[in-house]
Design a binder for this molecule. Structure first.
Ligand code: ATP
Ligand code: MG
Length: 361
């Protein structure tokens, strides 16, 4: 079976460390191993508009930011297709047909939709487009017949919903669509990296983020003011490393090499954690190490970003070329979908013939 990958991000802000460890890193690894047939990476502007309808300027400005972030982490437009969702209008058309296969109750039960409605304070004034975005995500995935979707774990309910829609479509109209599978990061903490404020998820919409494009001073300032263990008041107090985002970030990012380079008195993270839990290790020392680790990870990314920042026209060309290519693939799937749904009247000679016969005198 062909390995077709689709994944994407909402242009609601620049990409952050959560995106990097939760999804971007896997994409680059798969790309570099060459272990795939096609990879599509989408900037989900239409989806971002579902909860930012009054703010199109924000989405417009962040498309280029997300594209720069993609290129700066090492996604290679010669190997993968980078495209903009709204430039592939077939996706919207598919959504309209899939809507008939999902009940309102099922969408309202989706736990990610529920928590996002709460986080955005929509209460009773939920935009219909926002409520239906899991269906639009199904179109994004199925238009490319993607079977592999690398995501953070907040997206698992979306993938479940997509699989249900695919099964329902294939059952009703015949086998056209492919059931997708989510691929999560191996490392447990990377599946949903917490925010610098200790909240469960680093998220652009909350703003508790360390961005891939943050400079060294900004990273330092964010790390130094990070939430840690509130019970660890004095250096000699025993501390908690669980649910302490400073240690969670180290879990996600640091290697034994980082200890050799920046904190050679410890061999590895287990030793550092043991010292913190016993007492006698101050937060400042751990934060300084974390700051070094993050900057070590971000430095090559920043460097590549600066190169592309000087070639913005090229970046737009990459997106336009990618969108044209994505559109061709989506057109083929839409054609198959319409054929299966019997809404391909003008291409159906047998239909026309039968109606001629029906009215023949
Ligand atoms: P928004 O707040 O606008 O929803 P976001 O920060 O949640 O933005 P998305 O564009 O919705 O980012 O997510 C893109 C991808 O990154 C998804 O696969 C999502 O699961 C993953 N992702 C987002 N935040 C995290 C995180 N903190 N940890 C791991 N993966 C994440
Ligand atoms: Mg999100």
């Amino acid at each position: 079976m062909k390995k077709i990958i689709l994944t994407g991000d909402r242009p609601t802000g620049k990409l952050h460390l959560g995106h990097y460890v939760g999804s971007l890193k896997q994409r680059v690894d798969i790309q570099n191993k060459g272990d795939f047939d096609e990879m599509y990476i989408m900037i989900a502007d239409a989806q971002a508009l579902t909860d930012n309808a009054e703010n199109p300027e924000k989405i417009r400005e962040n498309i280029i930011e997300v594209a720069l972030d993609y290129l700066s982490v090492g996604l290679d437009p010669n190997k993968v297709t980078l495209f903009i969702q709204s430039a592939v209008s077939e996706l919207t058309e598919l959504t309209f047909y899939y809507m008939n296969l999902v009940t309102l109750a099922r969408i309202e039960r989706n736990p990610t939709v529920k928590s996002e409605i709460k986080a955005r304070g929509f209460d009773q004034s939920i935009p219909v487009g926002f409520l239906t975005y899991p269906i639009s995500q199904t179109s994004d995935i199925t238009a490319f017949k993607a079977n592999i979707v690398p995501v953070g774990d907040d997206q698992l309910p979306m993938l479940e919903q997509a699989r249900e829609i695919v099964r329902s479509f294939n059952h009703t109209y015949g086998e056209v669509l492919v059931e997708p599978k989510a691929v999560l990061a191996d490392n447990e903490v990377c599946k949903r990296l917490p925010g610098t404020d200790g909240k469960a998820k680093m998220s652009k919409s909350i703003g508790n983020c360390i961005y891939l494009s943050d400079d060294a001073d900004t990273v330092k300032q964010k790390v130094m003011s990070m939430y840690t263990d509130p019970t660890h008041l004095k250096v000699e107090d025993p501390g908690h490393t669980e649910n302490n985002p400073v240690f969670t970030y180290l879990d996600a990012l640091c290697t034994d090499e980082h200890f050799k380079k920046y904190l050679p008195e410890y061999k590895n993270l287990d030793e550092l954690k043991a010292h913190y839990e016993k007492g006698g290790l101050g937060d400042m020392k751990v934060k300084r190490f974390l700051n070094d680790v993050i900057n070590d990870v971000l430095e090559p990314i920043r460097k590549r970003r600066h190169e592309y920042e000087n070639k913005i026209k090229d970046v737009y060309d990459i997106l336009e070329k990618g969108s044209n290519k994505a559109r061709k693939t989506a057109q083929n799937t839409l054609k198959e979908v319409k054929e299966a749904m019997k809404i391909n009247y003008f291409e159906d000679d047998a239909l026309i013939e039968s109606h001629i016969k029906k009215y023949e005198k």
